[in-house]
Design a protein around this ligand. Sequence first.
Ligand code: ADP
Length: 773
Amino acid sequence: MAKLPIHGVHAPGLTLFLIFLQYPPLLLALSSSCTIQTKHFINCGSSNSVNYFTRDFVGDTSSDSVSFSEQNTSTQSSDQLSSVSAIYDTARIFRSPSSQYVLDRTGKGTHIVRLHFFPFGSSSNLSEALFNVSVKGLTLLSNFQVPSSTDSPVVEEFFLSISRARLVLRFSPQGSSFAFINALEVFLVPDGLAPYYAPNLRTTYRINVGGGEVTLANDSLWRSWDPDDDYIHVPNAAQNSSSYESALHYQDDLDKCLASELVYQTAKVMSVNFTNGQLYRNTTWSFKVSTNARHLVRAHFCDFVSPSLNTVYFNLYSYDNFSELIDPYGKKVFRQRLVPFHYDLLVKPGSSGLVKVSIGLLNTSMYQQAYLNGLEIMVIIGSKDSEDDNQNKHVSLMIGLVSGSIALLCIFGSAAIFGCKYRKPKRADMSVWTPSPAFRGGSKPTEQTSHGSVASNFHLGLTIPLAEIHFATNNFDGKLLIGSGGFGNVYRGTLRDGTKVAVKRSKPESEQGFSEFQTEITVLSKIRHRHLVSLIGYCAERSEMLLVYEFMEKGSLRDHLYNSDFPFLPWNQRLEICIGAARGLNYLHKGVAGGIIHRDIKSTNILLDENYVAKVADFGLSKLGPLDQSQTHVSTAVKGTFGYLDPEYFKTQQLTEKSDVYSFGVVLLEVLCARPSIDPSLPREQANLAEWGITFIKSGNIEQIVDPVLAGQINPNSLRKYGEVAEKCLQEEDKERPSMRDVLLDLEYALQLQQTTAGMDICEMSISEIFPR
Ligand code: ADP
């Protein structure tokens, strides 16, 4: 079958129809997976009903759900019967400028509307028709024409949000031309299939990544999916792969409607290996689209790749300047593999007219793999911006990373400074408009409230209405207070959808408050990582500044080390916590968001989830680091916490990533010795943990400072390695200190030494020495 000449969704050719006939049981299995409600299938220009892929397309002259003015229309039949379906043997022709089809009883909500066109040979040369199609002022097709060279039907697909129980489709012939249509589908789909912020869409690409063509017979919403071969940049960079297991574990009914099961059962998979002598770390697909129009990019994932849970996570990129961590288990949402999920991105390509999507390996992932199962590219229609070519507008939208906080800053009147300082440089001809981290399809509202959907607010600008936070915290009930810090009180809370959260509420008198608030939002909305506490949202209403985080069940690392009633942590677990925190910190320094310096690493800013997974928290003091390679530091007034402060930073006021490494070294000692970084009750020479601890390590007496509850638990080699890492981190001069990557590798090695009985025999080189970068 020839490719369609225009951006349309392919209709199947004869070969595909045969494939369907070979696998009828599959169709039955799939059709029960996603239920649709009101539906209209119309065979235009005919009084006959035609069955086409399990649907009866009723002739428009005999259907009681569609009406049109007979005077201005005529019918046309093909000279030759179509090999695809009899729905392409007839057409309705519209000649008047106000021609319309009126469909009754469509129901309110999101509809899939498909317009089928096939310019068959006939007395009225259909390929000469030039026309617009619109719905209530919303242009669906403009100056539309189907060339006669088309040997297969063209199907234009839209997602339309219809607020009334009827749909009026207007056909407007251009000049002296006419309009035509062969068949029409309109059916109501579950809420959330089109996100609330992009309710009207036109489908341009629908791709089964890593698999073959999926025909509409194998999709419960009669979509067809093309293979990705024509769009992938370097085909060798990833391999096609299919799942051996067929049962998918859907999280809810909406997910069943998002894509064909077959899409989730195949993927393009990349892993760290050499292909044709070359190492690939990214795989990219690109798609030609309308320049300067906003697009929704929906990336579909289903993990059948990971050897086990929690072992594979990777990045999804759009162009090169937006990335999202894909970590299906990091959020503890999925406790099993083969769970379909998706991410939505909003992208506005510049004059390049290209949408580029990539997946990239992360060296922090246990298995360096990445996968992608499906991609949909849909142009957003109906908003002013979609047709707006104005570059200035374009630039302001592209800031997008924190669109909500930009709005917020306007309220506070400091948008200009902030925007200039932290915005990534604009690329010449492309821009990511607004990343919309719809984690596993979070674009669907969970519960509507009088002020809108909570969940939906998470995805665009992360704002949460104050009333929702009052609800979650029972009006800041004192019983839910879990702590208090520099920014203000912290409350436990539960959102309406059951998500447990921690809410930080600024103290009215807090001087630091606003700048910490904006930094936290800027930093956390740029990044997501299994070992960084996620920001769920924020609120700036009335005089309140509120930050809402994922709830960390086990509190802070310090709570488990000293001055608390928690049971003590065994050595292995302490090492795993340090490794987790090191991963998070390494990601801040070197991850895709790049060059972020935390500035306040301490044991109270390392929080533990219910499984004791460590996550770095509290980015209020963090700094975005050097903008280019030539700069090595950021000059700043000294901030941080006494006892953890890098002495070099203190002296020079020049902040580098190595300042975090120093503070992390103090945390390592806290973990080992289970005592505070500063203890004024101790004699002067013992009060400062870093000074005191390092003398014992240097003199080879590290075992004398180990937390007494760990006596006999630590493998001496593991202990020595750990002491070495702490010592290196605490070097006076920052250039002598290791990078967080090296710290991470050495800590992993210390854990390995602890875990292996053969640990004693392992050559005691630093891992970073064995595997130099
Ligand atoms: P500080 O300003 O001293 O770093 P924070 O304001 O960050 O303190 O936090 C105060 C307290 O709230 C801490 O004891 C911490 O354990 C708790 N806390 C902060 N964030 C969370 C969270 N996401 N989940 C659970 N507890 C949290």
